[in-house]
Design a protein around this ligand. Structure first.
Ligand code: SAM
Length: 255
């Protein structure tokens, strides 16, 4: 029954992103007033400051149209994966046109069952994805599995600001105005109502921080961006005592 519910959620998320893929970038930048670009840049900067070794192998989970993969290609070679083909197709076009400092490769994969060996990457990042996962714990466990020892995890997602004036104003925009603009410009009914709903029903930042720590990450930090509209989580992969003997050293991923 649980597996059925998970595959139903995965299917509806995949179909939803397929239905808005063509409008995704434009609406993303419009509805956020281009602040999403600043968030991705801040994300790369924060990870860069914490890198233990230069030029790591980076995995971008739920890469969509590849904006985050392209931003991270400044630091090392990137593998972006997503389970929605129309998003990936658009991403591949952007990657082909961009001048990437390091290589960016995109491939189809499910975040809950990643097709990579253990400890394949030095950095695992994901932006605006975890809220959509049918099984968050499984998603975090997969992130941990594919990260090498001491590797860095970065997760960016929306939250709801709680400041006295800005909070209610933003909530009004996010729940009332944004879905209308999204529907009008994309011509699709559901996705832009799903967005505020999925943020509202997702664990608040402190709870998500605890879940990330419980999944086997240490030094888990949680940074509020733009007054709490988005939150960036950073953590490091620890080695569990009981699994030390089984771990392999981080290796380059060769698809
Ligand atoms: C809101 S978009 C974010 C795209 C991109 N990370 C960005 O910053 O713009 C969410 C993406 O996550 C992908 N996604 C959601 N659940 C997934 C899963 N289980 N496996 C792989 N991709 C998933 C969707 O297909 C979609 O492209």
């Amino acid at each position: 029954m649980i597996a059925d519910a998970e595959s139903a959620k995965a299917r509806s998320v995949r179909e939803m992103f397929a239905s808005i893929a063509g409008h995704y970038d434009f609406l993303n930048h419009l509805l956020s007033g281009n602040v999403d670009r600043l968030w991705r840049r801040a994300f790369v900067r924060e990870v860069e400051q914490r890198l233990a070794v230069p030029h790591p192998q980076i995995l971008d989970i739920g890469c969509g149209t590849a904006d985050l993969s392209l931003a991270f290609s400044r630091l090392g070679s990137v593998v972006g994966c997503d389970f929605c083909h129309p998003m990936l197709t658009l991403g591949k076009r952007k990657v082909a046109m961009a001048r990437n400092p390091y290589q960016v490769r995109l491939l189809a994969a499910d975040a809950l069952s990643l097709p990579f060996p253990d400890s394949s990457f030095g950095v695992v990042v994901s932006a605006f994805v975890v809220r959509n996962l049918a099984n968050l714990e499984k998603g975090l466990a997969e992130m941990r599995r594919v990260l090498g020892e001491g590797g860095l995890l970065g997760i960016l997602d929306f939250s709801l600001p709680s400041a006295p004036v800005v909070g209610p104003l933003y909530r009004y925009y996010f729940t009332r105005i944004l879905p209308k603009i999204g529907r009008l410009l994309s011509g699709v009914e559901g996705p832009y109502s799903y967005l505020p709903e999925s943020v509202r029903s997702f664990p608040p930042p402190e709870r998500l921080r605890q879940l990330i720590a419980a999944a086997g990450f240490t030094q888990v930090e949680c940074h509020s961006l733009t007054g709490g509209i988005a939150v960036l989580f950073l953590g490091r992969r620890t080695v569990r005592e009981d699994s030390k003997k089984l771990e392999k050293p981080a290796t380059d991923f060769a698809p």
